[in-house]
Write a protein that binds this ligand. Structure first.
Ligand code: NAP
Length: 322
């Protein structure tokens, strides 16, 4: 089968299309014929070994100290089940599925456990639309619902509201009943308001941390602010939740837990089939829709990576057909 592989960390040009062995589905596993996959921030960080701050060494130890252990990137996918291993009961050959494999989706086929983050694709979604969801929407769901415990009526500022996670964070926060202020550049105003934000702040002309609005939650998806600035606009029991964190945020999260006032929480996203089902319910209820920035053919994977690395996009960057 064809796959995009890389054997050293570096710029998008380290990626190349290669013929590799077709994997088989072992016991409890499904093999998926991938029809679309997204290129996420995690893909470029893994490819470039660009882990923020103190996470560089642990990241490098996990992914391969001298060269990448896993040669095929690609976290999210959509396609159809092509083979099932012994004991598989949730899926059958021909089922349309989407999910979060964590690796290997930038290839014609991938294998993953049926107990993993994989679910039936909603009938009314195309494969590129389904592949645009898992990374951004699962991150948004886990951070807003689980880490922040966002409640109806609360006020949230989403920094990077048009990006890979941000475009879903605006929608999920609204679905949880919150009032959303989206922060991005001027060109994204209509897009972010269209996702359901009540207010929009153009970071090019205004620093929202000097605004009059008070927030129960500041979700920073970009690393554009920090706790010392966010706390100016946080309610007394408000929370600063950065998706990118370093030693400073780790210490702040421990310190702020011990005293009253605004807190910092850090965490990593989760990926479960149950949460994919929760996203499907939001889609069926009209609260969530896939957001696609652009679609690239597999042969232009380096361009797709370079685009994601700019940190200026609206929703997901998808490769299709794979
Ligand atoms: N901890 C975890 O488990 C976890 C999970 C998922 C993601 N992450 C991390 O979270 C980050 C977010 O990923 P992503 O895919 O959403 O990133 P992204 O798509 O690159 O974010 C782009 C967004 O950031 C905005 N932006 C750029 N510069 C800005 C600035 N100075 N101020 C405010 N907004 C700015 C862009 O708006 P304009 O285009 O309008 O400028 C756009 O809305 C990544 O670093 C990723 O590694 C962590």
């Amino acid at each position: 089968m064809k796959a995009i592989v890389y054997d050293r960390y570096g710029p998008p040009e380290v990626l190349r299309l290669e013929e590799v062995e077709l994997p088989g589905a072992g016991p409890g596993e499904v093999r998926v014929r991938v029809r679309a996959a997204s290129v996420t921030t995690a893909d470029w960080r893994l490819r470039a070994s660009a882990f923020p701050g103190v996470l560089w060494l642990p990241g490098r130890l996990m992914t391969g100290l001298f060269r990448p252990k896993n040669r095929v990137l690609g976290l999210d996918f959509a396609g159809e089940v092509d083979a099932v291993g012994d004991g598989v009961s949730r899926f059958a050959t021909g089922d349309r599925v989407f999910g979060f494999a964590g690796k290997g989706a930038h290839a014609e086929y991938l294998v993953m456990p049926e107990a993993g983050a994989i679910a039936a694709t909603p009938e009314d979604l195309s494969d590129p639309e389904a592949a645009a969801l898992p990374f951004g929407a699962l991150s948004a769901l886990v951070f807003l619902r689980d880490y922040a415990g966002l409640l109806p009526g609360q006020s949230v500022a989403v920094v990077g509201a048009s990006g890979g996670v941000g475009a879903y964070a605006v929608q999920v926060a609204r679905a949880l009943g919150a009032r959303v202020t989206g922060i991005a550049s001027a060109g994204s105003r209509g897009f972010v308001l269209g996702l359901g934000a009540e207010r929009f702040v153009d970071y090019g002309v205004e620093d929202f941390t000097f605004g009059a609005e008070r927030y129960d939650l500041v979700l920073d998806t970009v690393g554009a602010t920090d706790f010392s600035r966010a706390r100016r606009v946080l309610a007394p029991s408000g929370l600063f939740l950065p998706l990118n964190f370093g030693l400073r945020e780790i210490v702040q999260s421990l310190r702020t837990r011990l005293r009253s006032g605004p807190r910092v929480t850090i965490g990593v996203s989760g990926d479960t089939a149950a949460d994919l089902e929760a996203l499907k319910t939001m889609i069926a209820d009209g609260q969530l829709r896939p957001v696609i920035d652009s679609i690239y053919p597999l042969g232009r994977i380096a361009e797709a990576h370079a685009h994601v690395e700019t940190r200026h996009r609206r929703g997901a960057v998808v490769i299709s057909p794979v």
